[in-house]
Design a protein around this ligand. Structure first.
Ligand code: F6P
Length: 341
């Protein structure tokens, strides 16, 4: 078989490890050929390809980003997009696709499978919010980066008796905030799943100052104040209808400073969480996803996504993969709340 590989959506540490796993087993064990499509779904729409073989995947295991590039292109929003994909695959002699992405990329993969274009999905997101898999690669790296930042911020916050608000990624799900906040010993963690009460945050901040320590508040970019609205960095909307978030940390720091009279600053970790080399956990998970994805393709088990259940890699229908987002359950949040204040 000749198989196309693409990476879509926001990039994520571990994407290259998946590509390497797919190609190494696909060529070495099954004797398949590969074509890399550049920049997510834009690649097959525009027939923008790059060679993909053993040579191209050498040395990429520890590299962040994706050697294939990425984009948030939605073929169902591009005039003639799906037909262009169909024609280009035929022209290039590509039998099937392996699409590595989050809910948007996998949603497209599901629709293409329904439209008789064979696809296997691999779940990817630093947000860890895909319902059908226990973990996605990239999450552990993002949490580690955020935890290290929080560790550093504790020391400088204490030297200056400041409150520091750390804004992390997490549009609909607060997994990064929750895990980084617990691992970093945050005094308050705010997640999109639970609208927060600014008065309560201020109480936690004051009680922390009263013990001669400086408070660190971890806030997910998608967290909203009670009776308030999401804070947006701009009006920009991507091809999947997501508005660009960012700014809740700065907003909250100003509220805290006004209400407590203590200096408060915001730090936005942003894309730092997505960049750089993956942790060992993410390299192993991504590699296993790649190996199992090429097994699924070899068996022509189209319309499936590989997923982690416990310690096993299983296959689930793409439909299940995109059915619901995995958000932070209340009981998990309550565990963290013990340490607030
Ligand atoms: O979807 C993953 C994610 O990390 C979200 O948490 C965040 O809102 C988004 O990507 C930001 O991505 P970009 O700035 O690349 O559009």
């Amino acid at each position: 078989m000749r198989i196309g590989v693409l990476t879509g959506g926001g990039d994520c540490p571990g994407l290259n490890a998946v590509i390497r796993g797919v190609v190494r087993k696909g060529v070495g064990v099954y004797g398949h050929e590969f074509v890399g499509f550049r920049d997510g779904w834009r690649g097959p729409i525009e027939a923008n390809t790059t060679p993909l073989g053993i040579e191209q995947v050498r040395g990429i295991l520890p590299r962040g980003g994706t050697i294939l590039g990425s984009s948030r292109t939605n073929p169902y929003k591009v005039e003639g997009g799906v037909e262009a994909i169909r024609e280009n695959l035929a022209k290039l002699g590509v039998d099937a696709l392996i699409a590595i992405g989050g809910e948007d990329t996998l949603g497209v993969a599901k629709r293409l499978t329904d439209d008789a274009i064979p696809v296997i999905g691999v779940p990817k997101t630093i947000d860890n919010d895909l319902g059908a898999t226990d973990y996605t690669f990239g999450f552990d790296t993002a949490v580690t980066v955020a935890m290290e930042a929080i560790d550093r911020l504790h020391t400088t916050a204490e030297s200056h008796h400041r409150a520091l608000v750390v804004e992390v990624m997490g549009r609909h799900a607060g997994w990064i905030a929750l895990h980084a906040g617990i691992a970093g010993g945050a005094n308050v963690i705010l997640v999109p799943e639970r609208p927060f009460d600014v008065d309560e945050v201020v109480r936690h901040v004051e009680s922390r100052f009263a013990t001669q320590y400086a408070p660190i508040i971890v806030v997910a970019e998608g967290a909203v104040p009670k009776d308030g609205a999401e804070v947006l960095s701009s009006g920009a909307v991507d091809a999947f209808g997501h508005v660009r978030l960012g700014g809740v940390g700065q907003w909250l720091a100003e509220e805290i400073e006004q209400r407590t009279g203590k200096e408060s600053r915001a730090v936005v970790l942003g894309h730092v969480q997505r960049g750089g080399t993956p942790t060992a956990y993410d390299r192993v998970l991504a590699t296993r996803f790649g190996l199992h994805a090429i097994d699924a393709a070899h068996e022509k088990d189209w319309g499936k996504m590989v997923a982690l259940r416990g310690t096993d890699i299983i296959r689930v229908p793409l439909e299940e993969a995109t059915r619901e987002l995995k958000t932070v359950p209340l009981e998990r949040y309550l565990e963290a709340e013990v340490f607030f204040g």
